[in-house]
Design a protein around this ligand. Structure first.
Ligand code: G
Ligand code: G
Ligand code: MN
Ligand code: NA
Length: 254
């Protein structure tokens, strides 16, 4: 396959790219962080999205190499944006394979030091562990990351199974509510209120900050806000964009 032939050289050829999507405080609609999202720009294949490229990376044992590039690049960008008056965090998506690598915590610590990034400005997003993932290893690694001062998020919450059981075990700081709960979880007018309400209570109970993802309309933004969800992300607020565009956007919020 073309993907399998092209992916091994992608880092070397400088074909990987990150776009950034702001996370906003829903009370004042000011940006509080950005999420780094991987894109592969290949001359023959065009732009390849993570959903397509990550399974290939997994098959070719390239997950760690790509993950290291992502973390390094995101920390460099975070350091650049740290000069801004407003304090922003950077979220980076981490696959289970990366997280459970024995030297992962050390690698994160090295990246932070290299780019002189304060640990609490980095948020690592992990998906709910699925079958085959060593959950005790995940718990140990998350604890190690928190000991560094790095914050962690459980991504796409509500899209998998055994969510509440996982939540009880995993040491995380943020819960990102899957966009299917935000966009399809409510009534036919697209109201997501009941689910958001329950999750905000859950968050308070467990000491977690809730981020509502995939907010696509002003109505959804307003509902999340009124439910007491402080943080949100989605096309209605700000789309993922290249660093220069996000920087121009950030300029609007001195
Ligand atoms: O950007 P997009 O909507 O296509 O992302 C799709 C999925 O890919 C999301 O679940 C996201 O968490 C994941 N993803 C995006 N960037 C990265 C990355 O750098 N590393 C990993 N492991 N996953 C990523
Ligand atoms: O799984 P994860 O949450 O990391 O995936 C983030 C993905 O969601 C990104 O690829 C991003 O492009 C996409 N995304 C961000 N905002 C919205 C939105 O409002 N609607 C939809 N459908 N996708 C979104
Ligand atoms: Mn994410
Ligand atoms: Na998500």
């Amino acid at each position: 396959l073309d993907l399998e032939r092209e992916l091994p050289g992608a880092v070397q050829r400088g074909e990987l790219d990150l776009v950034y999507q702001p996370v906003l405080d829903l009370d004042d609609e000011q940006p509080v962080g950005t999420e780094a999202l991987l894109r592969w720009r290949n001359p023959a294949l065009g732009t390849v999205l993570p959903a397509e490229l990550l399974p290939v990376a997994e098959d070719l044992m390239l997950v760690e190499e790509l993950g290291r590039w992502v973390l390094d690049t995101a920390c460099r960008q975070l350091a650049a944006w740290s000069q801004r008056p407003r304090r922003l965090w950077m979220s980076v998506n981490i696959s289970s394979r990366e997280l459970t690598a024995p030297d992962f915590v050390r690698w994160v610590s090295t990246s932070l030091a290299e780019h002189r990034v304060e640990p609490d400005r980095l948020v690592l997003e992990i998906a709910e562990p699925r079958g085959g993932v060593d959950v005790p290893a995940v718990v140990t690694q998350l604890a190690g990351l928190r000991a560094l001062g790095v914050r962690t998020a459980l991504d796409d919450f509500g899209s998998g199974q055994a969510s509440l059981a996982q939540l009880r075990r995993l040491p995380v700081d943020f819960l990102k509510v899957d966009r299917t709960l935000v966009t399809e979880g409510g009534n036919r007018q697209g109201e997501s209120k009941p689910f958001i309400d329950v999750l905000v209570s859950l968050g308070k109970r467990f000491g977690l900050e809730i981020i509502a993802e995939g907010l696509e309309s002003p109505v959804q933004v307003e509902q999340a806000r009124r439910a007491g969800c402080r943080l949100g992300q989605g096309y209605a607020l700000s789309r993922p964009a290249p660093a220069e565009r996000v920087e121009a956007y950030l300029e609007e919020f001195p």
